[in-house]
Ligand binder design. Structure first.
Ligand code: SF4
Length: 396
């Protein structure tokens, strides 16, 4: 048995362990075990610094899960978009392929609670209809292996699946969605990397949420994957008490870049039953994004998205940088709240000359947020509306 497998065996997962270790009331622990079982492996447990810290919140069952029955069991409607077992086909050219129900840790905020934690093993025979679907649908060029966590599969099973996918000529890229580099980095072994190298191009989507998860072990795991030729990208979830702070996010994203992981998505938490207590306001997410752009490398900034409830897919949301746009120009606010004008290519001010920089030729009407007055401010931070009432062309 490999070290990572031994650590899975040594995980905290029983009601007795929850009561002993985390002083949960036994009835509550039983209810939580019934709702969504726990799995906290010794490595992830060792990252906890104090009760209720950002690591604890992500892994230790919490009574609030039982008190929150609002939200959806399947917020992204993955099951409704599943043409055959184990496949979700939402976007035209790519699919989600669920290869296991097991994870290295069971995250309390998980969107797929209905699927994961079930100890029934998925066999190659059970995946046959999924492979057949991939073969028959020539429009699919991108397969995202997910779960559960595909790196919970044994090396043998993982290689069988990769080999089988690679036999389908129209599949161009394979992505592996895995939280193992974060929650159990010991899974990233030289042998695993050798297997992965044979089936490129393989991209790794991993999932770090807090800078404390970046340790010597997780650094080594991400570097091994990068050295094996995998672009590694991170998908984080914005969560109350875990990472709803611009400084924490900036530290996380900068540290990820240092271990060769590109911050890819920052998700608003899904409307998941039993996990609503993690949700922040949308404004909090926008505020964090505004405090990142311009204040750190563009490489460190992920797309901030809402995975639309009901299966609408990922929709990017941005802080307000565009104050106004018309056929002549766009008025933009930068990260320092300074205002700039960018002119359309066709806008030559009527005399063949390019317009001057700045707002000189544009009269702007602004409603002030505080008192509703209309005045031209130095910056537009407090503006509730901005309207161009006279632009270069209308003047001429
Ligand atoms: S690793 Fe992913 S699928 Fe597994 S419990 Fe965590 S969030 Fe859910």
């Amino acid at each position: 048995m490999e070290l990572w497998q031994q650590m899975i065996r040594d995980s905290i997962h029983t009601v007795d362990q929850l009561v002993d270790k985390f002083k949960l009331d036994r009835t509550v622990a039983e209810g939580l075990d019934e709702f969504f079982q726990a799995r906290i492996n010794p490595y992830y447990l060792s990252l906890i610094r104090y009760p209720g810290d950002p690591i604890w919140l992500q892994c230790v069952p919490n009574i609030q899960e039982l008190e929150d029955m609002e939200g959806y069991e399947d917020p992204l409607q993955e099951d409704a978009m599943s043409p055959v077992p184990n496949i979700t086909h939402r976007y035209p050219d790519r699919v989600l392929f669920l290869t296991t129900s097991q994870c290295g840790m069971y995250c309390r905020f998980c969107t797929r609670k209905r699927k994961v934690g079930n100890s029934d093993k998925i066999s190659m025979r059970q995946l046959e209809s999924a492979f057949k679907y991939l073969e028959d649908h020539k429009e699919i060029r991108d397969v995202i292996m997910s779960g559960g966590d595909p790196l919970m599969l044994t090396d043998t099973m993982l290689e069988k699946i990769l080999k089988r996918i690679r036999q389908i000529p129209h599949i161009e890229i394979i992505r592996i969605g895995t939280k193992m580099p974060c929650v159990l980095p010991h899974r990233i072994t030289p042998k695993l990397c050798e297997i992965i190298k044979k089936y490129h191009p393989i991209y790794i989507n991993t999932h770090f949420n807090h800078p404390w998860e970046i340790t010597p072990e997780s650094t080594k795991a991400c570097e091994m994957l990068a050295n094996a030729g995998c672009p590694v990208q991170n998908q984080a979830v914005l969560m109350k008490g875990v990472n709803d702070d611009a400084d924490v996010m900036k530290e996380l994203f900068n540290k990820l870049l240092r271990i060769r992981v590109k911050p890819y998505y920052l998700y608003m938490a899904d409307e998941t039953r039993g996990a609503n207590y993690f949700r922040t306001s949308i404004d909090k997410g926008l505020e964090i994004m505004f405090k990142l752009r311009g204040h750190t490398s563009g490489l460190a900034i992920p797309h901030f998205v809402i995975d639309a409830p009901g299966g609408g897919g990922k929709i990017p949301i941005l802080p307000q940088y565009v104050l106004h746009k018309d056929e002549n120009s766009i008025i933009l606010q930068n990260y320092k709240n300074q205002v700039y004008v960018y002119h359309e290519a066709t806008n030559t001010n009527g005399n063949g000359k390019h317009p001057e920089f700045g707002l000189n030729n544009i009269k702007v009407e602004v409603s002030d947020k505080k008192n509703g007055s209309s005045k031209k401010p130095k910056n537009y931070k407090e503006a509730s509306s901005v309207k161009v009432v006279q632009s270069e062309n209308s003047k001429n």
